[in-house]
Design a protein around this ligand. Structure first.
Ligand SMILES: [Zn+2]
Ligand SMILES: [Zn+2]
Ligand SMILES: [Zn+2]
Length: 286
């Protein structure tokens, strides 16, 4: 029997399940004003960047964050007979993009042969290192080559390498093509110097891109050289005359980023300049 789906929720679409940087918001060890309130009020908190792709053929996650259980729960229970999780696509081996994969293991969900798409170095890292390799040994996941692209039900996901601190794996942006629309998911990049951002915007309908820090003064307490990311103010200058800038929504926001507050002056400025401010929980029909 064909499973019964509720309303429009099974039309091919992307769900923005998190918009924060790897450490989430509130952030470990932070009691400054950016996080103090969010520790006491979960409604103000944000999960690490993650996109859920959903259709009547399954549900997939782009990135496996430390908040994977809650992000999977945000998609609701699967339809009767449907899979809880059909697959995961990994962008790179940093905390906010990989750590949740262990939730598929014996200690938690204990999946059977869930497809995990990853680039060659990332696959080797998982194959050759405990505890990741146990996921393979116990049959919880199967590794799939991402470099050739991935077909996830009605979605086609294509990787694009980007510059980032690649200590343990490559880093990729993901191009997602649905039946009707396309999007770019690019949570981490060092800077735009070698990435044709304006060009790429022409080829997609929506772009979720690295907006880790809004401005330089935000990270005065930490050496910016150790955490290179394009500043939102610079990215807005770079795209000031590009009409496609309206497709941009900034994600991967550090806990210090004023864009986490939709009522902040920075959020208003981003909208004034013709860009979008991402909201956790939003969905986008593909
Ligand atoms: Zn990250
Ligand atoms: Zn903070
Ligand atoms: Zn990273």
């Amino acid at each position: 029997m064909h499973p019964v789906y509720v309303g429009v929720t099974m039309y091919p679409q992307a769900h923005l399940l998190g918009i924060a940087q790897d450490g989430g918001h509130p952030h470990i060890g932070c009691w400054r004003p950016c996080c103090a309130e969010a520790w006491n009020n979960p409604a103000l908190a944000h999960r690490p960047a993650c996109l859920g792709l959903v259709s009547d053929e399954g549900r997939w996650l782009l990135d496996a964050t430390p908040d994977l259980p809650a992000q999977l729960a945000a998609l609701g229970p699967p339809p009767e007979g449907g899979e809880i999780l059909s697959g995961v696509v990994l962008t790179h081996a940093h905390l906010g993009h990989l750590a949740g994969l262990l939730q598929l293991g014996r200690e938690a969900l204990a999946t059977r042969s869930v497809a995990v798409w990853a680039m060659p170095r990332m696959r080797r890292m998982i194959e050759e290192n405990l505890p990741w390799s146990l996921l393979l040994e116990h049959g919880h996941v199967t590794l799939q080559p991402l470099e050739c692209g991935a077909r996830l039900g009605p979605f086609v996901v294509t990787p694009e390498r980007v510059d980032h601190r690649n200590e343990a794996s490559e880093t990729v942006a993901l191009h997602v093509r649905g039946p009707n629309r396309t999007l770019l998911y690019l949570p981490d990049i060092d800077d735009w110097s070698r990435y044709p951002l304006a060009d790429r915007l022409k080829g997609v309908d929506r772009a979720y891109i690295d907006g880790t820090f809004y401005a330089a003064d935000e990270i005065g307490w930490r050496d910016p050289a150790t955490v290179p990311h394009p500043l939102v103010v610079r990215t807005m200058e770079l795209l000031a005359d590009v009409p496609e800038r309206s497709k941009v929504q900034f994600i991967h926001l550090n806990h210090t980023n004023p864009l986490l507050d939709p009522a902040s002056e920075a959020s208003a400025e981003v909208r004034r300049r013709g860009f979008g401010v991402a909201r956790q929980g939003a969905s986008y029909a593909l």
